[in-house]
Design a protein around this ligand. Structure first.
Ligand SMILES: Cc1ncc(COP(=O)(O)O)c(C=O)c1O
Length: 382
């Protein structure tokens, strides 16, 4: 019923696109292709041996039932995922107690950031966002011709909502709020967001990125914005399967909003953007509530241990509500990340306005022991 391909009669469109293909076959000439594969294999080997604390992934992998579902789905790789797609959308709708037409899927939640930029930005409008924050949406906004307004976080590393509001008066805008925020792992309190929303001009839309929702435990300040959806057509909430569900490589995310707003977003969505394996994996992940809760507790325990180790060393880290932390390294982040890279550990890169802070994604306990060992050697070698 919901499948994009069946819904839009995509077969005919795809055929027409192929006939006018702009990609000559010579571009895929075998020897060049072979070199590319070799380079990729070498990169893959280097990555396989490194400790990856750089992309806020889930180091424990997908939930057990998800792994089994992916194996099974591979046997269906020759089929379009029509039925599976519909089931996934229904499952997301059930989870959030909304209608399926309020759900827009994405090839990762990054696609939702792109479709939001396409749907709501144009010359004369503004994208208003914190700085630093997750950097995908300003990149997507750039070709729309909209003005991009980047506003520093407050001293508590929350979004500066007053400053954001002051930029909304001159025309339509899309406000991007990442809560908890990447790279600072910090919260913007719900009550402040509500007060902000109440004052937002009617031509402004709010996109709340809740990629790290499941890790935002332990603070009354955090409440998901999903409860606003039915009453407010100007709110979009983006979620991902890349973090708590450990499916970053599967590329699956979604946005939820009012039906009217979802229809506006869907116009810019890629056709058939969820593959067979991702669809079945996502469905299994949503059904595995107990394992998801276990996974959350595990990461929360890892986070506590990270802060214990940091405080033992007198290090200052921003309180974290995510699966990573931003820590004051007391020296340039780029220097620290190069040092770690040479020791086989990848950590976050330098982020704007935070030159001396390093972003560390929490790895498994043995990986973190190695991280702290290398950290201590850095201190004594400086
Ligand atoms: C805040 C935020 N939103 C979205 C994403 C992208 O997630 P996805 O893998 O679903 O595209 C990330 C990835 O790290 C992120 O930090």
């Amino acid at each position: 019923m919901l499948s994009r391909r069946r819904f839009l009669g995509f077969g005919a469109v795809a055929g027409a696109a192929l006939a006018t293909s702009q990609f000559p076959l010579e571009a895929f000439e075998p020897s060049r292709h072979g070199q590319a594969v070799d380079a990729k294999t070498a990169l893959g080997a280097a990555r396989a041996n490194a400790i990856l604390l750089n992309s806020n992934e889930n180091p424990y992998g997908p939930l057990p039932k998800t792994n089994a579902a992916m194996q099974q789905a591979l046997g269906w790789a020759n089929r379009y995922p029509d039925f599976e797609y519909d089931s996934l959308v229904w499952a997301i709708a059930d989870l959030h107690k909304i209608q399926p037409h309020q759900v827009v899927t994405g090839c990762g939640s990054t696609e939702l950031l792109r479709v939001s930029a396409c749907a709501f930005l144009a010359p004369g409008s503004k994208l208003i966002l914190a700085w630093p924050t997750f950097e995908a949406i300003p990149a997507y906004a750039e070709p729309t011709g909209a003005e991009i307004v980047k506003l520093p976080l407050t001293s508590n590393y929350a979004h500066d909502l007053d400053a954001m509001l002051s930029h909304t008066s001159s025309g339509p805008s899309l406000i991007y709020i990442c809560n908890p925020n990447n790279p600072t792992a910090s919260l913007t309190p719900r009550k402040d967001l509500d007060a902000f929303m109440a004052k937002l001009p009617s031509n402004s839309y709010l996109l709340i990125d809740e990629a790290y929702h499941h890790f935002a435990t332990g603070s009354p300040d955090y409440v998901s914005y999903l409860d606003q959806l039915t009453s407010n057509p100007r709110v979009i909430v983006a979620r991902t399967f890349s973090k708590i569900y450990g499916m970053a490589g599967m590329r699956l995310g979604y946005g939820v909003s009012s039906e009217e707003t979802a229809a506006r977003l869907r116009r810019f969505q890629n056709q058939d953007n969820v593959n067979m394996v991702a669809a079945q994996a996502g469905l299994a992940a949503l059904q595995d509530t107990v394992e998801m809760q276990t996974a959350t507790r595990r990461i929360v325990a890892d986070r506590q241990e990270f802060f214990n180790q940091a405080s033992r060393r007198g290090l200052k880290a921003i309180p974290s509500y995510a699966n990573f932390a931003m820590m004051d390294a007391g020296r340039p982040a780029s220097e620290v990340s190069t040092y770690f890279k040479n020791k086989g550990i990848l950590i976050g890169r330098r982020f704007p306005l935070m030159d001396n802070y390093v972003r560390i994604s929490f790895g498994r306990p043995t990986e973190m022991q190695q991280f702290w060992k290398v950290w201590d050697e850095m201190k004594s070698s400086s």
